[in-house]
Structure formats: structure tokens, C-alpha cells
Design a binder for this molecule. Sequence first.
Ligand SMILES: [Zn+2]
Length: 342
Amino acid sequence: MKSIEQYIRQMPKVELHVHLEGSVQPKTLLKLAERHHISLPAVTVEGIREWYTFRDFAHFVEIYMTISSCLRTVDDIELIAREFLLGQAEQNILHSEVTFTPYNQWVNCGLGFHEQLDAVNRAREWGEKELGIRMGMIIDIPRERAPEAGEQVSTWVIDRFGDGVVALGLGGPEQGNPPEKFRNAFNRMRDNGIPCVLHAGETDGPSSIWNAIEVAGPARIGHGVRAVEDPKLVEYLHRTQLPLEVCPTSNICLGVFPSLAEHCLPQLLDLGLRVSINSDDPPMFNTTLADEYLACAITYGWDKATLRELTKSAVDMLLLPSSEKLGLRKRFQEEFAASEPL
Ligand SMILES: [Zn+2]
């Protein structure tokens, strides 16, 4: 009989909430900094790992911006995308929808969006051919930027939707940067039939989720865990089955919940809401998607059937055409059938 840990590591998975720049490993960051003669707060993998260790949201943004500042060429983008896919393949994550913020690199060093996406697409093709896994990109607006960022990013998304781009996202510091700031960008998505995925209800309360719903009519909500504070919102999420992308360890690191035992995830499931499990920015929170499933299984006593249901339900939340989703569902069934029965 396989241990629950072995089972989790081998079971097929999908990931819906993970950031490309937030997945850069310390040794890669050192390599990139050396390549571009950028000085970092540390010069060893251990030092970077220590600096990566989450302190507060401001520190988190500082790390994120440092990573972005080290991404200066298309080769850098292709490198991090390939390494990301390798990490996903190691965990048997068959499909990922990955948030990517090319706007930062464009502002930092004028690296064009189309070149950045071409580099990502080269990595995507390689991942599909060599690793047998796929990813789609959610191109997000960094919400701390001026409203013009919304105009720029939405134009990019419209130009390349379907060519590796699956949605427009909204990320960055939630407080003080409501989605209304970028209303026009979301209206453009509505007009073009392009899905939106917004971070909301993480560091800000239920009103942020209501705003995201009103402004963008999102396909999914990034985090959304603070919905539990508003019974009306819980009722709405239950009725519409609007999916929430829950990132347990990220929430604990950011102080949204004091511990996994006190996290609202079991409550969300009991309330019949549609949730998926995700890693957000894995090296920064010292986690992986497999680690997230394992920590939850141990803390909440999830059995293998629960784990299978959660992963299958996450497949249904992917922004894929139904034919592709059907193919993936079939692959999941086959892999589950090949693994040990309960
Ligand atoms: Zn996120």
C-alpha cells in the first residue's frame, strides 16, 4: 500500500494559480543576476533561500521586483519557463494555467511583450513534446501600476489570445488598487469574449471579491478565501459555483490565516463552494503543489478519494475548449485507474 505522500506525488494534477516569475528558483536567480551583472542581497543559494523566506507583503513585493529586474532577454524568459515546466513535470502536474507579468519586464528594460510570449511559447512547445505537459498563460495587470497598464496589457491579451494566452489576470497588492482602476481593460475582455481571472479576497475583504465580480465577471477568483466573512457572498458563490483558487501556505505566510488548522478551506468545501488547491509562488513560500496537497491531507484528514475529487474538479475549472478538457479528463481517469485502488 502506497503512503499518502507517495500517492500525492504520483497522482495526476493540474494547477490554476501559480506565477511564472514567482516560481524562479534561487539558483536560477543567481544565474540571471550574474548574466546581467546585477547585485543581489545574497551570493549563495542558501543566502538567496534565506532572503526569499517570506517576511511581509512589502518584502514579498521586493523579491518579486528583484526577480523581474533580472529578466532582461528572451533567453531569460525561455529559461524560467522551461525550468518551471520541469518542476511541474516532476510533480506530475499535467496542465498549468500560469500567471505571467510581462508588463514589469517591458517597463524595466523595454523587453517587448510579443518577444516575451514567443519565448514562453517555445518553452511550451518543448514541454509538450519532451515532458508531455501543457500550460496556458494568464497575462496579468500589476494592479499597483497606473490605469494605462490596463490599456497596454489588455491590448496584448486581445492580440495574442489563443496563442498561448488563455485569460487576462489582475495581480499585485490588492489593498488600495481595486479592479475599478482597470474597468476599461475588463470591458474590452467582455467585448472580445476573453476570460478574466482576478486576485481578490486575499489581503482585502469580501468587498474586493464583489468588486471583481461586478467589474470583470471573472471565470475564477484568485484566492477569494475571505468570502467566508460574508454569508451573502458565500450564498452567491454557492449558487454560481464560481471557482476559487485557494493557496493555503501562501495565505499563512501572508497572515491571512494563522495556521493551516485555522484556514477556512475545509469550511469552504463543507459549504459546497468550488475550490482548487494551488501553490502561488512556490519557492517564496517554501512549498510545491504536491506539498500543498500533502499538508492539507495531513491536517484535514483527506483520503485518496477526496484528493482525486479535488484534482478532477480542478480539471473542470481549466480555461480549455471542451474537447481538450475531455481529453485531459480521460488521461486523469486512466492514470487514476492505473494507480492502486482504494
Ligand atoms: Zn497569486
